[in-house]
Design a protein around this ligand. Sequence first.
Ligand code: 13P
Length: 250
Amino acid sequence: MSRTPLIAGNWKMNGLLSDGTTLAKAVALGAKGAACDILICPPATLLAPIKEALAGTTVHLGAQDCHWQASGAHTGDISAQMLVDIGCSHVILGHSERRADHGETDNQVALKAAAAHNAGLMALICVGETEAQRDAGDTMSVISAQLDGSVPDSATSENTVIAYEPVWAIGTGRTPTAQEANQVHAHIRAHLRGRLGTEGIADLRILYGGSMKPGNAVDLLAQPDIDGGLIGGAALKAEDFLGIVAAAVS
Ligand code: 13P
């Protein structure tokens, strides 16, 4: 098995030109020589300048969404090909904030992921239960249904990463225990192997997201089925993000 940890920063709707490029450069400098893969996903307005700021570094660039069509009358949307054109290698899809704010459905997420695959992008597909679903004991069935609906048949270890982000843990400072999170990750792995077979997704990486900080990253990242993190708030400070990067390689 070779699942190089991936530490990904989802900046969400944060960052202007000056502070965004400064942050990206600080991350790239501090992460030099890191043994994990590192990804920055700034808002779309900063993709081009941050691509330039990251030139010559090993830090990957990703977007936070794409449309499933290659081009056409879709005002405000960006296609997977456009992201590749500007230098992206990854795209986050189906984040719970997009599902909540824009009514994105599992089926749309699957179409977007297939478009990302066709364009040569790595799709980071997000799943996660709400607090009510967790309290009702429905976490595993909710996750299974989201995987069935959101992960296209074209998914392999080479073009897909899954991010498990419990909705109740995002931006709240609360997290499941590392063991609880690992149980869900193991379930995700087993469920996808059952559906897609073991060969194509043998090295599939499954990231944890939701209030990951330097202080809890060591425990979470030490779990056998947690292969990295998708970081929100802590990705906006180089020191915090690099603290998590350090936890991934220790
Ligand atoms: P926080 O790290 O701010 O909880 O956000 C997690 C997240 O939503 C990453 O996609």
